[in-house]
Design a binder for this molecule. Sequence first.
Ligand SMILES: Nc1ncnc2c1ncn2[C@@H]1O[C@H](COP(=O)(O)OP(=O)(O)OP(=O)(O)O)[C@@H](O)[C@H]1O
Length: 318
Amino acid sequence: MLKVQNVSFSYLKNTPILKHVSFEIPKGTHVSLIGESGCGKSTLLKLIYGLHDLNAGEIFWKDSQVLGPAYNLVPGHDRMKYLAQDFGLMPYITVAENIGSYLSNFFPEEKTARTAELLAMVEMSAFANVKAKLLSGGQLQRVALAKAIAREPEVLLLDEPFSQIDNFRKNTLRRNLFAYLKKKNITCIVATHDRTDALSFANMTLVLKQGQLVAQGTPKDLYKHPTNKYVASLFGEVNELPASAFPNMETTQETILVYPHQLKVDETSDFKVTVQQSYFKGSHYLISAKHKGTEVFFESLVDFEIGVMVGLKVFQIN
Ligand SMILES: Nc1ncnc2c1ncn2[C@@H]1O[C@H](COP(=O)(O)OP(=O)(O)OP(=O)(O)O)[C@@H](O)[C@H]1O
């Protein structure tokens, strides 16, 4: 169990970055850490790893307290691995040597086999003998991931681990990596802006806003029952609409959160919008429209001309 208890932290005096953050993560859980840019995701990963001293609170991995540089000559918990956004690879040695640098030289055959296994997982076998400085950003990121799991940490902390990897490779890589981590029961926290990381590959999602933990739960629960628009918008476009605009909800004062796929064109509906822009998404169009000055997004299988007025109804609310 990873326990983060009432943690507060600031880099500079009087500028709090994290405020009273508490949560617990059972061993082997995959967590996605989401929130707008600058909300403190990277900082939280660094604190869990022990790279900074806390202002208040405590962090424990199992029975061992994570201590910052004031208490540790070499910062960083020895059962954890933290992969920063800048990768931390050595440019003048090969890909295989970079990965092998964390593995013991006492068992050369095992080291070679393990390096080959890790290279295959990140689809970089063909680059084993290429110097790291010659790789693209996405290739470097794949090698850095292989290096991070080389010694099988108990806790893996990944900061935007797939940000530079093309979509084609990203999906295979995510499936390989998360299946491997599950098999080895490695606890993993991924700070991400990618909704697929947050929804499809996590058992638990933590939502940060301005340094505070504002929501936590399974990805499905948070997606289906977002506590507010901020949480919902981290999964994609979302509309906040007056409930009274829709049939059977005329007397309701509240607003409702509706994802674009939950709105359907229905010319009989009194809720009229004017089409502003249409974005082709492959399987459908995402249409941006206006209702009394408010932007409304809906999905449609057919395209609409800009300026056309259409009626919308909510057809599938959570
Ligand atoms: N070394 C530092 N010294 C001072 N302030 C810092 C330092 N590192 C980060 N910050 C500030 O802390 C806040 C949180 O930054 P952090 O990198 O943790 O956010 P984030 O959620 O990971 O952002 P992003 O999604 O853009 O990576 C930001 O306001 C940032 O400017």
